[in-house]
Design a protein around this ligand. Structure first.
Ligand code: M6R
Length: 592
């Protein structure tokens, strides 16, 4: 899980541009960074550490030349060290490669290459690539053909950018199961892991498919398949502005993205007619199976409650990493709905490929042109815009909005649209509670454990609140169906443990209230989320976050998640953690 970028510029130094691009890719990996530019020789500056620190020491932008490649790393093979940082080179330092993905057969290839006399400098899987290219160039092939030849030796996943001092006007990009896009301006060419990385320089994008190569150089951009055949590919103009990919005045991407949520939901609502068209095209089905990971799984869980209670369609929710163990029950009567912000999550893509063999698949995706969008039978875009913070926030509420829209068009209950249109206003009101939530965060920042409870529609909200807390504050948070507490977890409740109770008005309210009393009797500190007029809840809770009375439990998952995101964010900041880059996590998980 890494970020790669490459560029060929017109009379302009490449290194400062590459540095800007990798800064925008830092959410894909942040344990090492490196840049290479070719002049009379390949010059590389790289090291382990955050970009800002490595740049301070090495002055990355000082590298000469008008083209180059760059990388941010999130280690999978080999510790985060200078030697393992990309770019990697061949024996003679004439070829440099940056790579995202995993080369599964690298050990065998490395042994073979070492037997042939190649000397390796790192522990990475990536390093076999420049050595393979070297081998084929030494045998007389040019950079393009040697790269193509090397790719046929690889098993696993890759997005790569390659350059050589022997052909110092060319960058080769290629992909298989890891994202890679090409950007184009007049006489300036880019390859990158994603669009925000290069948006400052161009919004004209070509999406590469698996087993395709991009040859950037004197002939402009050529897209070819792995056999060398030219491919015609349309250039897409991306409407995201560079500002949308920047922090926009906030301290962190996460808080910016939390505040963008009402807008994100409005943008998703603009997709209503597209979603309607997708629904009209869907084949008949008698069963739904949601598949997703993490936050997208919690959106799916809400989908289950919605579709079963309001559509009467049996609906399963399966974690993508578990899907391969339970897919036997799929058939042509099943609609498999995959939810994935990135469209590149390895577990979800694997599940998608299994599902495609047995059922119709519909992907709900944020990243345009991502693998999931290209491999599913039907696609719905969340249109939340780029999400940089590792913790998913605005994409979650956009995913939920897509699910409501799906429900509306599948059920024909168009009157629900009016309620949905009002949700962004309720979200704005929820965001106005930020000061109060900051105070709560200060009070509980040192607590070792948190519980989040809810029933029905509020159970996924509780789960998502707990996930947000865990990933960015490193506090242990349990999300539980409120009724399940008494079957075990109640034993963990000690005096003073905060319990966040999600208790909107509706069918589940009274029972959840009973659980609030249950935990309070055991000394818990109750932080309740409920309706403004819910006096009885207010009287029991130590802290109460109030919402408009008209938000009932069916539509509560969108506005009610906001205080929980804010709580996690402010505890993270209070603890001095960078919420955008929690330890051990990355935005896009491209390994199983
Ligand atoms: O891109 P995806 O939606 O497929 O990602 C799934 C999870 O990896 C993701 O939601 C993860 O749990 C987030 N860090 C949660 O904030």
């Amino acid at each position: 899980m890494c970020g790669i970028v490459g560029c060929i510029l017109n009379n302009k130094k490449a290194a400062p541009v590459l540095l800007g691009c990798v800064k925008r890719l830092e959410y894909r990996g942040y344990d090492s960074v490196g840049i290479a530019t070719p002049t009379h020789k390949i010059q590389i500056k790289k090291d382990q550490g955050k970009i800002v620190d490595v740049d301070k020491n090495l002055k990355l932008a000082d590298l000469p030349g008008t083209m180059g490649i760059a990388h941010v790393r999130w280690a999978t093979h080999g510790l985060p060290t200078k030697e393992n940082a990309h770019p990697h080179t061949d024996c003679e330092n004439k070829i440099a490669v940056v790579h995202n993905g995993i080369i599964e057969n690298y050990k065998t290839l490395k042994e073979q290459l070492e037997d042939e006399g190649h000397v390796f400098k790192s522990e990475t899987d990536t390093e076999v690539i420049p050595h393979l290219i070297e081998k084929y160039m030494d045998a007389g092939e040019d950079l393009e053909n040697a790269t193509r030849h090397a790719l046929t030796d690889l098993k696993g996943s890759y997005a790569i950018a390659v350059m050589s001092k022997n052909e110092p006007d060319k960058i080769i990009g290629a992909r298989k199961e890891s994202p890679l896009i090409v950007g184009k301006n007049e006489n300036e060419y880019f390859v990158a892991s994603d669009v925000p990385a290069i948006l400052e320089y161009t919004n004209k994008i070509i999406y590469l498919n698996d087993y395709e190569m991009a040859i950037l150089g004197e002939n402009g951009v050529l897209i070819k398949d792995i056999d060398g055949n030219l491919i015609e590919r349309e250039i897409e103009v991306i409407e995201w502005t560079p500002d949308m990919a920047e922090k926009g005045g906030y301290d962190h991407f996460m808080i910016k993205e939390i505040h963008e949520q009402p807008e994100a939901v409005k943008n998703t609502l603009l997709e209503a007619s597209e979603i309607k068209k997708v629904v009209q095209k869907l084949p008949g089905f008698s069963r739904i199976c949601f598949v997703a990971c993490g936050t997208s799984y919690h959106a799916s869980l809400t989908g289950k409650y919605l579709f079963e209670s309001r559509l009467g369609i049996p609906t399963d929710v399966v974690l993508a990493s578990e899907f391969g163990y339970s897919s036997r029950t799929l058939n042509e009567e099943t609609l498999v709905i995959l939810i994935t912000q990135s469209g590149e999550t390895a577990d979800t893509l694997k599940a998608l490929r299994i599902a495609n063999k047995k059922a119709k698949t519909l992907a709900i995706v944020n990243v345009l042109g991502s693998t999931a969008t290209r491999e599913s039978d039907y696609v719905i875009y969340t249109r939340a815009g780029p999400e940089i913070g590792v913790a998913a926030t605005k994409t979650y509420v956009s995913q939920l909005t897509c699910i409501y829209l799906l429900l509306i068009y599948l059920s024909g209950r168009h009157e629900l649209l009016d309620i949905l249109q009002k949700i962004p206003d309720h979200m704005v009101s929820a965001l106005e509670k930020e000061n109060k939530i900051r105070d709560i965060a200060k009070k509980y920042k040192n607590t070792p454990d948190f519980f989040f409870i809810g029933r029905g529609f509020s159970y996924p909200t509780a789960m998502e609140g707990a996930l947000k807390l865990k990933e960015i504050t490193y506090i242990h948070g349990e999300g539980y169906p409120a009724g399940e507490l008494k079957h075990g977890p109640l034993a963990l409740l000690d005096e003073g443990v905060p319990v966040v109770a999600v208790a909107p008005p509706g069918k589940s309210h009274d029972k959840t209230f009973g659980n609030v009393e249950e935990v309070k009797a055991r000394g818990a500190q109750v932080i309740a989320l409920g309706s403004r007029s819910d006096e009885i809840l207010k009287s029991e809770a130590h802290e109460m976050i109030e919402f408009e009375d008209e938000i009932d439990e069916m539509f509560s998952p969108i506005p009610y998640i906001i205080p929980l995101q804010l709580l996690a964010y402010h505890i993270s900041v209070e603890k001095g953690i960078d919420p955008d880059k929690p330890k051990n996590l990355a935005k896009c998980v491209t390994v199983e």
